[in-house]
Every structure is written in structure tokens, then in C-alpha cells.
Design a protein around this ligand. Structure first.
Ligand SMILES: CCCCCCC/C=C/C(=O)SCCNC(=O)CCNC(=O)[C@H](O)C(C)(C)COP(=O)(O)OP(=O)(O)OC[C@H]1O[C@@H](n2cnc3c(N)ncnc32)[C@H](O)[C@@H]1OP(=O)(O)O
Length: 365
């Protein structure tokens, strides 16, 4: 243990993990070229938007991958790259993970456009946007005004429209259905990498859960240090894998046990339970419920309390609490991939996944 603590102090917790982890397409080899100490870690990639506030040292990572923020190979790769960049940035001490939400996103961007072009833009029904008639009176170069703002606004509305109810729908089922064993293995390695980076992060991490969060979405939430969920009766959270006819692997199980204890985890996993927000609070799956429009601001207030604790003390303590669980996967990574691939490619499991996908689609119709 003394060795662990020495390493933790020297490299930081995730530094220890990075040293131990297998270099993969989704690991350090892939992301290292992206680092730049001068670089401000504000970035927007297709599926993820990151804003780092340099005055507080807190980054907000917004998932924006319609329709349901499912965790595809591409999404996971982007997620890991962003996490690694923030981890390497000494000015970043805290990370809040959330999903792009309808109101904040649409209004913010519309306001920006409005101010910069001194115009009025009205959103009607997404994705349709219109520039008000008063505009043309304001400027004689109407074409300049209309071309850019309408494009920006349409993009915003598309994202807002389709992500309003979901934090993350979990692993992308299409990555596990009808894919070659090689591709399944690559996908699973990326899932492992996401969890290793998040659960072992040196940053204080808070999940601001502003929508449903089943399975892999729940794993991402319990990979954080603290969870704040919107008190909305439509939202649920849990590791529901057995409902799909699949089995959550040992490290999903371990993370859940570490969060809610053995008995609650046993019930939760065997029955594949999805909990309402109040029930999730009751078993300790989330730490706090707040009205939906206060999820992010509460996360920011809470983060300032976490950051009031000296970093080294918090990080070493976190390492002591989580290292054993992380090491278990690190020393069984290849076997875990082999196990996943042979399980998921079985005919019976593929049939279960197909039926589940059909159920999802028929629910819509
Ligand atoms: C050793 C072996 C180990 C195996 C371990 C495997 C561990 C697996 C972990 C997982 O994460 S599996 C995924 C589990 N996820 C779910 O069960 C969630 C399913 N989705 C939903 O319940 C709902 O979609 C929602 C998230 C509550 C949102 O509901 P909403 O009504 O807003 O949207 P929908 O109309 O249902 O969906 C829109 C669209 O998205 C498709 N979709 C939904 N979830 C997924 C997903 N996880 N992956 C891929 N695609 C998904 C859904 O089919 C719809 O598609 P279209 O009909 O529009 O084409």
C-alpha cells in the first residue's frame, strides 16, 4: 500500500493507471499527440463539448450525441481523449459530466447569435428557425445576417430536440449486434478504457444526471465521485443488463457494490432494476435530487466543496478506496475481453439483443 501511495503522490492516481494500462488505440498512444500545455481545454467535437472554466478549475463535459447519447466506439474514443486531456491539464481539478439539455443550450446559443448580429431570431419548432422580419430593417446586408445565424441555430435545435430526456442510454446496442468478434473486442476495450479513466481520475468528478441513465449510462454515473439527479418522474437509472438477457461484468458489479452495498447491488443486478430518482436516492445510487433546472448549478456548488479539500489528500484517499477494484480489471483485461466477445457473439445472446431492439422500436410505434 505504501508503494501505491508513493506512486499516487508522484504520478497522480490516473498516472499510475496510465502506466499500468495496456497501450491501445483508445489509450495513451492514441491521445498523447493531442496534448499541449498551452492548449485551453475548451473543445467541441461532434459528440462531446467541453468547457473548462480557468478561474474555478472546473470543466463541464456535455454529451451531445443524438438521439440518446449511446456509448458507441466513436463516442467512447472521444470521451477518453477529452478525459485524458483534462487529466493532463494541471489547471483542471474538477469535472462535471452531463447531457446537453434543451433549455440552456438553445437559449445560450440563440442569445449569442442575437447579440453578435444585433438581430432577433425566433425558434419555432425544431429544427426550423426563422429570422424575424424586423431584421431586414436593421441591416442593409441582409444576406450576411441570414446565412450564418440560421445555420448555427438549426444545429442547436437538432441537438436539443433529441436529447431532452436522456443522460446516456448506455452502451450502443448496435455495437454489440451483428458485429465481428474483432470489432466487438475493440469496442469492449474502449468500454474498459472509459471506466478505468473515469473511476481512476485524479479530478473530483460529479455526474449531473439530467435524464435517464440505464446500464452503461449508470456505470458512467457511478464511476464519478458524486451524483446529482433531476427529480423528474420520467427518468430512471440502474444496471438493467439482465433485462436485455446479458450479464453485467464483474467490474460493473464491483462499482455498484462500492456505491450501494452488497444487498442492494444483488437485488438491483439480478432483477435488472431501473430506479426512479427517489428510489435511486433511497438506496444511495444517487446522492442528491434537485429540480431539473438546478442540476448543473447544484453540481457547480457541490464541486466547490469537493475542491476545498486539498487535492493530494483527496486523491490518495480516492486511490485507497478504488485501487483494488481497478487493479482487478487491470490484471484481467484480456480475459475480460475474450469473455465478452465469446458471450456477446453467441446466437442466443444475439437473438436476445435483436428482440430488445425490436421492443425499443415497437414501443415508439
Ligand atoms: C460478459 C458479457 C458482458 C456483457 C455486458 C454488456 C453490458 C451492457 C451495457 C449496456 O449499456 S447495454 C444498453 C442498455 N441500454 C438500455 O437498455 C436503454 C435502452 N433505451 C431506452 O430505454 C430508451 O431509449 C431511453 C434511453 C429511456 C430513451 O427513451 P426515448 O423514448 O427518449 O427514446 P427511444 O425512442 O426509446 O430511442 C430513440 C432511438 O434510440 C435507439 N436507442 C435507444 N437506446 C439505445 C442504445 N442503448 N443503443 C442503441 N440505440 C439505442 C432506439 O432504438 C431509437 O432508435 P430509432 O427507433 O429512432 O431508430
Amino acid at each position: 500500500m505504501a508503494n501505491v501511495l508513493r506512486n499516487s503522490a508522484k504520478f497522480g492516481f490516473s498516472g499510475v493507471l496510465s502506466q499500468l494500462s495496456i497501450h491501445s488505440r483508445h489509450g495513451r498512444e492514441c491521445v498523447s499527440p493531442c496534448f499541449s500545455l498551452q492548449q485551453r481545454n475548451n473543445s467541441t467535437s461532434p459528440k462531446i463539448k467541453v468547457d473548462l472554466d480557468n478561474s474555478t478549475g472546473v470543466a463541464v463535459l456535455r454529451m451531445q450525441s443524438p438521439p440518446v447519447n449511446s456509448l458507441s466506439l466513436d463516442f467512447l474514443t472521444e470521451f477518453c481523449i477529452n478525459l485524458e486531456k483534462l487529466e493532463m491539464d494541471k489547471s483542471c481539478r474538477g469535472l462535471i459530466i452531463t447531457s446537453v439539455s434543451t433549455h440552456t443550450h438553445t437559449h445560450t446559443d440563440t442569445d449569442t447569435v442575437t447579440q453578435s448580429h444585433k438581430t432577433m431570431i425566433h425558434t419555432i419548432t425544431p429544427p426550423v428557425c426563422v429570422v424575424s422580419q424586423t431584421l431586414s430593417k436593421v441591416s442593409s446586408t441582409g444576406l450576411d445576417i441570414i446565412t450564418l445565424p440560421v445555420c448555427v441555430c438549426v444545429c442547436v435545435c437538432l441537438v436539443s430536440q433529441t436529447l431532452s430526456k436522456v443522460f446516456s442510454a448506455g452502451l450502443d446496442i448496435m455495437e454489440m449486434y451483428g458485429k465481428s468478434p474483432e470489432r466487438c473486442g475493440e469496442f469492449w476495450k474502449a468500454v474498459q478504457e472509459m471506466w478505468l479513466k473515469l473511476y481512476g481520475s485524479n479530478m473530483a468528478t460529479i455526474a449531473a444526471i439530467n435524464g435517464s441513465s440505464p446500464a452503461g449510462g449508470c456505470l458512467m454515473s457511478i464511476g464519478c465521485d458524486y451524483r446529482i439527479m433531476a427529480d423528474n418522474p420520467r427518468y430512471s437509472i440502474g444496471l438493467n443488463e439482465t433485462q436485455l438477457g446479458i450479464v453485467a461484468p464483474f467490474w460493473f458489479k464491483d462499482t455498484l457494490v462500492n456505491t450501494v452495498g452488497n444487498r442492494a447491488a444483488e437485488l438491483s443486478l439480478e432483477l435488472g432494476l431501473l430506479y426512479s430518482a427517489p428510489d435511486a436516492l433511497k438506496i444511495g445510487l444517487v446522492d442528491q435530487l434537485v429540480p431539473e433546472d438546478q442540476v448543473l448549478s447544484t453540481a457547480q456548488d457541490t464541486m466547490s466543496k469537493w475542491l476545498a479539500v486539498p487535492d493530494h489528500a483527496r486523491q490518495i484517499t480516492k486511490s485507497m478506496m478504488r485501487k483494488q477494484t481497478i487493479d482487478k480489471l487491470l490484471s484481467n483485461r484480456e480475459a475480460d475481453i475474450t469473455n465478452f466477445v465469446s458471450f456477446i457473439t453467441k446466437d442466443s445472446i444475439q437473438r436476445s439483443l435483436r428482440m430488445y431492439l425490436e421492443m425499443l422500436k415497437s414501443r415508439k410505434a
